[in-house]
Design a protein around this ligand. Structure first.
Ligand SMILES: Cc1ncc(COP(=O)(O)O)c(C=O)c1O
Length: 493
């Protein structure tokens, strides 16, 4: 094929994708609405494309860009000037999940070093149930015990519920600023000061809010202004508006930061020193983020955040009078989650997943979030998540119209009831979660549930509400096996 033919084919493939620009997709993508920002990011990424981020001594431009990015983030998160305290230092990583994994690895290694007598024990990772799933992944990968703190149905967590779990076997407590599912800002001050008093590390996951909350007025302190906060993650590929593949993890103290590293001289190749999980890594996302930061500066981020604030307020005001629909809790920052209004009778409620399906028919994608049954028996409601970006403002009348029409269309329709599918799965022996389906059986079940089209290059079924209801009600290991199969089949050759 000629290069032109190859690129034409790629463009054709891209036509199947959801629109990444223009505010139609209210999750996954963070569109600043500034065309020149995208052009700048692309040009910077291209200049850095041949580099290998593995070795900033061979390619000092990488070290220079990383210094600038870490310094900018540190200033934004009030970690810049601590003449008496421990210095705030950190690394650029490949994304939120890697930053979260590294925060947990650091805490685990420090806990192990402090407690050599407990070599047989797995330390705990305490976090509200709304903490990002990346921390569950970290717990599994790093052999730490995941200890979720039940949350209130409005998505908030009680500080005392977190604090009473902070015992000497806790390696790390995590709070979010804000939590992705509901937009709730966790009680960072209370938790971080209790953690500090017990000698426990406290990570603030600001992957979502780290480049928006610093310019969001009227918030309580949630960052390095609080002395008990020992690390913060903040994603440049979210509200930093950089292309995917770049996040920052900051630590209070060089000693903690250095614990994050992996180094070995015990092989016959080049000495390996990796600050992050990857070895060879692209410098393009770093270069793009660096260029965006230099171009926007603090004032640019403040302007873009102001657009997010206006759009978030507009949506909240527009949803308030829609009968049967409600915003969950008290979101902080550029996200909110829609739930069925629990204060009205079911016949007047708007089911958020039917709403999301109906809104999709108007060309807007809002994100289905299944409900969660917590270990204490309470349930966090199923909801529809909206990430609000600067461009959301531009499509506001259309978006509000779509939400209102969709709510009118589905009002009174109860949450999908997967009774038949559940009975069939129980009959097949998958009722308890102790037995999980293998690839072939999982695939058969998915096809019966109507999700088979996704694997043939087509999109998921137009109505996701029934699949989400099934996911919510199945034993978690069974649901996870089904979803694993679905995603594996999507890209299986
Ligand atoms: C609060 C929070 N933490 C962590 C992550 C994980 O980030 P990533 O998808 O970049 O790995 C996200 C992603 O949405 C998030 O919202």
């Amino acid at each position: 094929m000629t290069p032109a033919e190859v690129l034409a084919e790629l463009r054709e493939l891209r036509e199947l994708d959801a629109p990444t620009h223009g505010g139609r997709v209210l999750a996954y993508v963070y569109d600043s609405g500034l065309d020149e920002l995208d052009a700048l990011a692309s040009a910077a990424a291209e200049i850095a494309r041949p580099l290998n981020g593995l070795d900033p001594t061979t390619f000092p431009s990488i070290a220079a860009m990383e210094r600038d990015v870490v310094a900018f983030t540190r200033r934004a998160l009030h970690g810049g000037t601590r003449p008496l305290g421990r210095r705030i230092v950190g690394s650029v990583t490949s994304g939120g999940t890697e930053s979260c994994l590294l925060a947990v690895k650091t805490a685990r290694d420090l806990w192990r070093a402090q407690h050599p007598e407990r070599a047989e024990q797995r330390p705990r990772l305490v976090a509200p149930a709304t903490a990002h799933a990346a921390f569950q992944k970290a717990a599994r990968v790093l052999d730490v015990e995941w200890d979720p703190v039940p949350c209130e149905p409005d998505g908030s967590v009680r500080a005392d519920e977190v604090i009473r779990r902070l015992r000497s076997d806790v390696a790390l407590v995590v709070v979010s600023a804000p939590a992705y599912p509901s937009g709730a800002l966790d009680p960072v001050r209370e938790v971080s000061s209790a953690a500090a008093a017990r000698g426990i590390l406290c990570h603030v996951d600001a992957c979502f809010g780290g480049f928006a909350l610093p310019w969001w007025p009227g918030l309580p302190a949630w960052d390095f202004r609080l002395p008990g906060v020992t690390s913060i993650s903040a994603d440049l590929h979210k509200f930093g508006y950089a292309p995917k593949g770049v996040s920052v993890l900051l630590h209070r103290g060089r000693d903690r930061h250095r614990t994050q590293f992996f180094a070995t001289t015990q092989w016959p190749g080049y000495p390996v020193v990796n600050p992050t999980l990857l070895g060879s890594r692209s410098a393009s996302p770093l270069a793009a983020a660096w260029a965006i930061i230099r171009y926007l500066g603090t004032a640019g981020y403040a302007d873009l955040t102001a657009a997010c604030i206006r759009a978030t307020e507009d949506i909240a005001h527009a949803v308030a009078p829609i009968p049967g629909l409600a915003v969950q809790g008290l979101p902080v920052g550029p996200a909110l989650s829609l739930i069925a209004d629990p204060s009205v009778p079911p016949a007047q409620q708007v089911d958020p997943h039917h709403l999301a399906d109906a809104v999709a028919r108007s060309g807007f994608k809002i994100q289905h979030q299944p409900g969660l049954r917590q270990p204490n028996g309470t349930r966090l409601p199923h909801s529809a998540h909206l990430t609000i970006t600067p461009v959301t403002e531009r499509s506001m009348p259309e978006l509000i119209g779509a939400l209102t029409r969709a709510a009118d269309a589905v009002r009174g329709t109860p949450q999908a009831d997967p009774r038949l599918e559940l009975a069939a799965l129980r009959a097949l022996g998958y009722g308890s979660g102790t037995r999980v389906p293998g690839p072939a059986m999982a695939w058969t079940i998915l096809q019966l549930a109507g999700a088979g089209g996704a694997a043939k290059g087509r999109s998921l079924p137009g109505r996701l509400a029934p699949l989400m209801a099934l996911v919510e009600r199945l034993p978690a290991p069974v649901a996870e096996a089904l979803l694993t199969e679905l995603l594996a089949r999507v890209s299986e050759p």
